[in-house]
Write a protein that binds this ligand. Sequence first.
Ligand code: DAH
Length: 328
Amino acid sequence: MNDDTLHAIATAPDLRELQALRVRLLGKKGELTEGLKSLGALPPEERRARGAALHERKRAVEAALEARKAALERAALDARLAAERLDLTLPGERVPAGAHHLLTQVTNRLLDVFASLGYEVVVGPELEDDRHNFGALNFPPDHPARDTQDTFWTTDGRLLRTHTSPMQVRYMESHEPPFRVVVPGRVFRNEAVDATHEAQFHQLEALVVGERITMADLKGAITEMATALLGSGTRTRLLPTYFPFVEPGAEFAIWWQHPKTGREEWLELGGCGMVHPRVFEAVGYEGVTGFAFGFGIERLAMVSYQVSDIRDLFRGDLRLLEQFRGVA
Ligand code: DAH
């Protein structure tokens, strides 16, 4: 045995090789082990000197093995730590956050207002039947009022609802008064599409039924909504008009300052009125009165946020949509 051995230990490339060296030197049949075993066969004076040398050699080998083992283990740990190293100062990956569509924001804003006034939010089907969309709302079969609400029909005689008013009928068919509900939803018309007309748009409908509900309650509800949207002191106006399912019927407007021109003017929003007795009759209600109103959400959103073409609201163009992140 010579210092090549210590050198081999000191440069063993890994723990396996090191273990092989240990076995070769110190194992049961290892070189040093055999040397120590053979001491007994020597004459005493030779045995002492040889024994001392072998023991010292064994200690040196053991120390070298330990040192190399520690070095190899340290190197392995260092490599692992380097591989697992995390630079916590690196900036995180930015996930682009989505946002609600302008129409959704305006709708949610309106629903918040009505929820705070004690209204329940309900929704109805977009595919309707004639009775709910027209018949029970007092549109007789050949009445010209139907012409203003041309729509798309399925081959089995159903239609895409032209307004959210059919949900008035559906709600009353399955609930007893008194109640206050609002109905947001998508509606459809067979329109020639242009900057202010789309074949689909959204409405918000309100229906309040109970004992002795009056037109003053209707005016109050519309004024509350306008106040919540535009601030206190907001005025509202009702002008008589005709809708088959209300009597009297009116169109309503709110007095506001146009965000673009700065002029104060009436913003015509939608229709309203006292629920027609024939509608109550159609759903089997007696001894109650009620009011209803409904209006287009696109129009309110467009004038409020100066969107000049209704088609832009349905194009999904991010350049437009991103301008309305969190506005309403
Ligand atoms: N449904 C009507 C429309 O789309 C709007 C409307 C008018 C709703 C009068 C109402 C109402 O609830 O009372 O043209």
